[in-house]
Design a protein around this ligand. Structure first.
Ligand code: GLN
Length: 292
């Protein structure tokens, strides 16, 4: 990159485009937008309008980000943030980067709460990771209380920071455990949930080995590997949380697209009602919803 003190945005864009081209990176245009807007602290559209001259340190930061991304590091870890619905969440390699398809889970829960006129929902988010679902529930559903758990202490630290970021520490109870192990000690006036929600590790072990390098080498396997058929943690959650929902309460899981039929059979065998498979926006089987 040029040594001059100020560099026009157009030159920077050209530099990034050539650099990513040379490295054979496929979605270079999107990455370039992401990097520019993060470093300049403004939306890409605004940067295009303002056409700022970039300072040397900004160019250096962009250069560093491009190098790291070219080495396979997810751009969200490079900057330590990822968008999820209305939120800008902190992410570290201790948590899975929230995926856009997961956003739909909040809409499904919102629909369920509205349809059933539930005004003060008590919700559980098992395997909260960055806290994406828990913080969304707490910010989007008035008067809700969320009980969020994760096996990873390091993930919970990130989730708590995200709750703090949105001033929700009072509405979300965090607990380090594999499912809802300590819920019975939870000091709350109600002891049954309106919904138990989870985006558990669900990638079948064989598929994990074939995940893209940036996922395999950087994101926590603990949050991805769901065992041989991808349903190990799903089974464990179903088994250990039975009886914790209000009658008519909702179970909602995000699962791997190849596992939904088997997951449905397991849910029916477990005696759940209205078991349904919901597709994500890409048209793939993605969610399992059931009523207890
Ligand atoms: N959707 C993620 C992926 O395919 C997996 C998330 C999970 O296992 N919970 O990379």
């Amino acid at each position: 990159m040029t040594d001059e003190k100020l560099t026009p945005l157009t030159a920077v864009q050209e530099y990034i485009a050539n650099y990513f081209d040379d490295c054979g990176i496929e979605n270079g245009a999107n990455l370039s937008r992401y990097i520019i807007s993060e470093v300049l602290g403004m939306s890409y559209a605004k940067a295009l309008l303002k056409k700022p001259m970039l300072k040397l340190w900004e160019c250096d930061k962009i250069d560093d980000a491009c190098n790291r991304v070219a080495q396979g590091e997810p751009v969200q870890y490079v900057f330590g943030t990822a968008p999820f619905r209305y939120l800008e969440l902190e992410v570290t390699p201790d948590v899975l980067i929230p995926r856009p398809e997961t956003e739909m889970m909040v809409d499904i829960v919102a629909y369920y709460l509205k349809k059933n006129n539930i005004e003060w929902p008590l919700l559980a988010d098992i395997g909260t990771g960055s806290g994406a679902l828990a913080v969304s529930f707490a910010t989007e559903f008035d008067e809700s209380i969320v009980y969020a758990t994760d096996v990873s202490k390091k993930a919970l630290v990130v989730a708590m920071r995200n709750a703090k970021r949105y001033d929700q520490l009072e509405n979300i109870y965090f607990e380090q455990c594999s499912c809802l192990d300590n819920f019975e000690y939870f000091q709350h006036s109600r002891n049954h949930f309106n919904a138990i929600v989870s985006n558990p590790p669900y990638v079948p072990t064989d598929v994990c080995k074939k995940l893209p390098r940036e996922v395999r080498d950087h994101e926590p396997m603990l949050a991805l590997d769901g065992g041989q058929d991808g349903l190990d943690v799903y089974r464990e959650i179903l088994k250990s949380t039975r009886g914790m929902l209000e009658p008519g309460g909702l179970y909602l899981f995000e699962l791997h697209e190849t596992c939904l039929d088997l997951a449905k059979r397991i849910a029916i065998e477990a005696g759940l009602k209205d078991v349904s498979i919901i597709k994500d926006l890409a048209g793939k089987d993605r969610f399992l919803a059931a009523i207890d």
